[in-house]
Design a binder for this molecule. Sequence first.
Ligand code: MD3
Ligand code: FE
Length: 215
Amino acid sequence: MNFDLFADDTPKGRETIGPSAVVLRGFALPEAQSCLALLKQLQAAAPLRHMSTPGGYRMSAAMTCCGALGWITDQHGYRYTTVDPLTGQAWPTMPDAWRILAREAAAQAGFASFEPDACLINRYVPGAKMSLHQDKDERDHRWPVVSVSLGLPAVFQFGGLKRSDKPLRVPLFHGDVLVWGGADRLRFHGILPVAEGEHPLLGAQRINLTFRKAG
Ligand code: MD3
Ligand code: FE
């Protein structure tokens, strides 16, 4: 038995926010620096851009993707594609370190063998938000979704299965990883407008990586 409270293997906080939804506090912290370097490379190949909703609204979060499939929205709807419409090229390969991080986080939350094929990268500058929505463009909703928060903090809204269900508010910080699946997979969720601030590593922005098995 190890009674050293400061040992490296001290478990980071785990918060249960639903029957099959957990926040792994600081789970991505050891990876944060290398994540940023990879992010720079990915952005060079597939630039962040503001997509439009089918209803014609410009999204305030800028987005790009990596992996075999990337999520897009335009006047024709929401869908996954193999090609980035901006460059005409395949989406950049998902970095192994990211695939492994997502797989390990899913396993920690009780979802074994998670093999994501899509990673959506969202960038929020202060004032940017994501309105309540459901993630349902993936083929098999039995797979969980894993999200990694980097940079400025944000308030995550975790609603119910109906848009009108009053959402729970969960603060998300640099390095936090959220995993949800099962009964929580189709819950409405969103991000409140990000507050002004400066993060020591990322400056005035929040980056969210969302890993899914879409195909
Ligand atoms: C709970 N992104 O890309 S991630 C999205 O922070 C998205 O950028 C937000 O919602 C972001 O679709 C939130 C956490 C999250 C994502 C999807 C969920 C939590 C979820 C789907 C169902 C329940
Ligand atoms: Fe979502």
